[in-house]
Design a binder for this molecule. Structure first.
Ligand SMILES: [Zn+2]
Length: 344
């Protein structure tokens, strides 16, 4: 029996296990109730009395060494697990880059901020719209070219009733229509959002862009009110020296209509290549809301009047940042986007 124990002592020192299952198998083999060591303990009573002391000591040594060996193996597994979790508290942290706001968002937020201080609230509406809100209520003639598939993206056409055609909105005026449908004056809203037009993509045109439109409807709203609000906007956006001028124009939904220019903020009106030596750059369209639009949207045009304006966010951003290619706004090139301040 003593020889057997000596063999086992050597065997136990060589024990290895590749994983926790193997280790558990070893524990069962040596240390469980039906294990080798318990079997030896059971045989102990057959050991002659004169050998009992020596065999007993060796047997205890075997038990202790087996327990220690298995505990040691277990510890190596646990350490391996810890290593695999990849935690190294001394390692330098990964650099976390702060993002920047998109230039169009910076400009849109500035526009919203200015008009918010003038008492305008934000109105929102769907980008996939019906003809009724995009064109019909905005006083577009049935054969107006904007209704043509050349200019507008159609989602669904309805041959029986064009007003039920589903399209991608070509302007956020549809939000004005929806606001007037459910609100009685005074109405003072701005409608920021993305709009879609069937344009060939180039450095100066894209199939989508962003607008902020504004609408004010109340009693006795005049063209003077419109001009003053737009002057205030231009001076806050481009500097207190900025001048504006209004040129007669035509839109189906406003009468009279105007295009607004601001004095070129690069040359101060002297004339430079940017303003093509005119001293002026165009920034938006505006006018008095056509009475037909008010009536179509459920507002009594004999009692109320209003003005509306609309500008392209890309256009304003181009004036502020002199981005030469419109496509850069939507290409997600981080070298371009990182040019703009994060906290603005
Ligand atoms: Zn200029």
């Amino acid at each position: 029996m003593l020889t057997k124990i000596e063999e086992l002592l050597q065997e136990v020192d060589q024990l290895t296990a590749q994983n926790a299952e193997e280790l558990e198998a070893l524990r069962i083999k040596y240390l469980s109730k039906k294990g080798i060591i318990n079997a030896l303990m059971a045989d102990f009573r057959n050991v002659p009395a004169e050998q009992k002391k020596q065999v007993g000591m060796k047997l205890n040594e075997l038990k202790t060494r087996t327990q220690e060996r298995i505990a040691a193996l277990k510890e190596t597994f646990e350490n391996q697990d810890a290593d695999m979790s990849g935690i190294d508290l001394t390692r330098t942290a990964y650099p976390i880059g702060l993002g920047t706001r998109h230039p169009l968002n910076i400009v849109r937020n500035q526009i919203i901020d200015i008009f918010s201080r003038l008492g305008f609230t934000i109105a929102d509406g769907p980008e996939v719209e019906d003809d009724l809100h995009v064109f019909t209520k905005m006083n577009f003639a049935p054969d107006h070219p904007a209704r043509d598939m050349q200019d507008t993206f159609f989602v669904e056409t309805n041959p029986d009733d064009v007003t039920k055609n589903i399209i991608l909105r070509t302007h956020t005026s549809s939000v004005q229509a929806r606001t007037m449908e459910v609100t009685q004056p005074p109405i003072r809203v701005i409608c920021p959002g993305r709009v879609y037009r069937n344009e060939a993509i180039s450095y100066r045109a894209h199939c989508f862009f962003h607008q902020v439109e504004g609408l004010y409807v109340d009693k006795n709203v005049s063209f003077t009110d419109l001009k003053q609000v737009l002057l205030q906007f231009a001076q806050e956006m481009f500097g207190p020296e900025t001048k504006i001028r209004l040129r007669p124009s035509y839109f189906p939904f406003t009468e009279p209509s105007a295009e607004m220019d601001i004095s070129c903020h690069i040359c101060g009106g002297e004339g430079c290549p940017f303003c093509k030596y005119t001293g002026w750059v165009e920034i938006l369209g505006c006018g008095m809301v056509d009475p037909a639009v008010l009536d179509a949207c459920g507002i009594d045009s004999k009692v109320y009047s209003g003005y509306a304006f609309g500008m392209g966010v890309e256009r304003i951003a181009n004036l502020k940042y002199k981005v030469k290619d419109l496509r850069m706004f939507s290409e997600n090139d981080t070298r371009f986007l990182e040019e703009f301040e994060a906290a603005n």
